[in-house]
Structure formats: C-alpha cells, structure tokens
Write a protein that binds this ligand. Structure first.
Ligand SMILES: NC(=O)c1ccc[n+]([C@@H]2O[C@H](COP(=O)([O-])OP(=O)(O)OC[C@H]3O[C@@H](n4cnc5c(N)ncnc54)[C@H](O)[C@@H]3O)[C@@H](O)[C@H]2O)c1
Length: 350
C-alpha cells in the first residue's frame, strides 16, 4: 500500500506547513514526462498503480468515514442529540473532548460511551470531559488550549457543536437580558469555539512555517489543515418560523449561525478548514419525548408539529449521524464548505 493510499484510508491530523502546489505540479510534470519516456522505450504506460494503469483504487473514489487519530470536540456533550452522535464518533475511531456546562452529567456520558465501546467490541479511544460555558470566550479559549494535554498532544481539528437552548417567550414580552443570553450562547458561542480551534491550529503552524521557510524560501508559507472540519448544529428555525410556539430569540440565533458558517467557510477555505451546518427539524430526544408524553397539551403540540412534516413524524437522533460523518470526513466532503445540510423530513419544503 502506498503512503498516498494510506492517507486516504486513515485520516490523520495532517498539517502542511507550506503551500506545496508548485512542488506537486512539478512532480506531476515529472511523472508525465517519465511515463512518456516509458511508453516510447518499452510500450508500458506507468499509471496510478503498476498493474492497472489509469484505473483508480476504490479507496480513491469511494469515501470512508474513519476518524482515527483525530480529536473531535463535542459541545453540549450531555445533550440528547450529542449522545447518539458521540456513539457514532467513537465507532469511527475518533477521540472525544466532551464539553458542557458541568462535568457531572458528562461523567455519566463518558461511562455510557465506554460501555458502548465494550459491548460493540470497538477499539478504545481517549475521552475527556470539560466544564465550559461556550458563551464565555475566555473559558472557550482556555478549554481549547487545554484539550491537547489530555490527548497525547493532538490538536482538536474536528468539531460537532450542539450546545444551545430554546426558549418560548412572546416577542413583545421577551426581557432583553434573556434574549441576549440566548443569542450569546447559541450564536456567539458558535463563533467562539470555531475561533479558538482555528487560532490554535494556526499558531501551531507558525512554528513549522519558520522551519519550512528556511527549507524552501521560494514558496510562500501558507498553513493548510485539509482534515479540519467544523460542524455546527443549527436548526430549521434559522430558515422558517416555528408554530405555534413563539421563539424569536432562538430563531434569530440559528439564522445567525447559518450566516456565520458561510462567513467562516469563506475566510478559512484558504487554510483548508471547512465549516458547515446541519439544520435539524424536530427531534425526538429523551427530553422532547418527556415533554410530549407528560400532558395532553404536549401530545397536541407534537401533533401540530408532525402535521407540518411531509414525512409525518419527528426525527430520531441517529438520523443525523450520516450527515455529521459526511461533513466531518475530509474524504467524503472535501469540496463542501459553507453548506447547510437540512435534515427535517421535508418540513422546510412546505
Ligand atoms: N431537539 C430538537 O428538536 C432540535 C431541533 C433543531 C435543532 N436542535 C439543536 O440541536 C442542538 C442539540 O439539541 P438537543 O435536543 O440535544 O438539546 P439538549 O438540551 O438535550 O442539549 C443541549 C446541551 O447544550 C448544553 N448547553 C446549553 N448551554 C450551554 C452553554 N452555555 N455552554 C455549554 N453547553 C451548553 C446543555 O447543557 C445541553 O446538555 C441544539 O443546538 C438545538 O438548538 C434541536
């Protein structure tokens, strides 16, 4: 197996200190020239593989979703959606840095994940737990800097940001402080965690840059992180207005997340960092199931919601795993950034 092939099969925290496109172009020209020479001399065309010239390997075209050797930060790690997403992440070999307001519940989540790993006979991965309020930029900065110390020095380059909450208050009655807090958590928290991760990645390569600049002064040093992928859980509420419940602050915060994603994607594409959103419709998490099942009003609310979903039901958390793995995999979604993957049973089409 060639090194190239191995890179495709097993993602690693690749950090390329310089823009090597010129060098790769030169190598390509070199290869074409060599192939032409071979054809002329003995009629054998050298291709991608020695035996079957010009036929790609399956691993070159069919994506894989392994995340071995990566640390994924999962914010809102104690939450209903994160619970299932974390199981999928460890199944794909990712190390996890679980973040939530307190560690108490995260310790239970960590225990559950270890049991999940044992029962499914998965390879063990490092899981760390962190208390952090994502609406506090200082806390977020400290968090991201501390994580590598618990993960053998690996820098987190994958993010699944689920931290957030919703509030149902009529707009005319909404106290400013409460609306501001919600926006600070849902929207500003999304910005802070992405900023802190990118800052750390860029800082790390500043050191490499000086070394590579000495080795190759012709190429302008541009750090590249082709495996870095941030997935922010937004909501269909960023595109439509839910009914009947009033939730203006939530809706505007999630609309903000969608444009934040586009903005960061455009700014950071030059570094190879991809930023995307997933917009869920209504999800049947343990929490929502409890609310719906608790009273006739809850049941009526569920009926009201699902009557507006073309597929006629709420989503299960596992129905977001495919979207998450697609966006995290630098093989599957290498050309996808600034995108909003809507997973809503068709709600936003009506
Ligand atoms: N459940 C749904 O129907 C639904 C639909 C669309 C979008 N979403 C979005 O999906 C995400 C996850 O939702 P969920 O249903 O799992 O909710 P959840 O309440 O079960 O989980 C959210 C987690 O975020 C944490 N959190 C809240 N504020 C925080 C802060 N300041 N700092 C750190 N952590 C904080 C909470 O403690 C909680 O564990 C949310 O962003 C939500 O807006 C949910």
């Amino acid at each position: 197996m060639t090194t190239e092939t191995q890179n495709h099969i097993r993602e690693g925290p690749t950090v390329i200190g310089v823009d090597d496109s010129a060098a790769r172009e030169a190598a390509h020209v070199e290869e074409v020239t060599a192939n032409t020479a071979n054809r002329l001399s003995d009629g054998i065309v050298c291709g991608a593989t020695p035996d079957t010239p010009s036929i790609p390997l399956v691993s070159d075209i069919v994506p894989n979703y392994r995340l071995d050797g990566h640390v994924t930060i999962v914010t809102g790690g104690s939450g209903g959606l994160a619970h299932t997403l974390c199981q999928a992440l460890v199944a794909q070999g990712s190390e996890l840095a679980l973040v939530d307001l307190t560690v108490d519940k995260l310790s239970i989540v960590e225990g559950d994940l270890k049991e999940f790993i044992r029962v499914n006979k998965l390879a063990p991965v490092t899981i760390s737990t962190w208390a952090c309020d994502v609406s506090d930029s200082t806390q977020v900065e400290e968090l991201v800097r501390a994580i590598p110390h618990e993960h053998q020095g690996l820098l987190p380059d994958k993010l699944v940001h689920t931290a957030g909450y919703c509030q149902n208050i009529p707009a005319a009655d909404y106290p400013a402080a409460r609306a501001e807090h919600l926006v600070k958590v849902n929207l500003m928290g999304s910005l802070y965690i992405c900023q802190a991760m990118t800052r750390q990645l860029l800082e790390k390569t500043k050191r490499r840059k000086s070394i590579s600049a000495m080795a190759n002064s012709a190429a302008e040093a541009l750090p590249r992180f082709p495996n870095a992928s941030y997935v922010l859980i937004a909501s269909m509420s960023g595109m439509i207005v839910n009914t009947p419940q009033p939730q203006v602050a939530y809706n505007m915060s999630k609309a903000g997340v969608l444009h934040l994603v586009k903005s960061l994607a455009c700014e950071w594409a030059r570094y190879g960092i991809r930023v995307n959103a997933i917009s869920p419709g209504y999800i049947a998490t343990p929490l929502t199931k409890q609310v719906i099942g608790a009273s006739p009003e809850g049941a009526a609310l569920q009926h009201e919601w699902t009557s507006r979903v073309p597929m006629g039901r709420m989503a299960e958390p596992k129905e977001f795993v495919g979207a998450m793995l697609y966006l995290l995999s630098s093989h599957a979604s290498s050309y996808t950034t600034g995108e909003n993957l809507v997973v809503d049973g068709g709600y936003t089409n009506w």
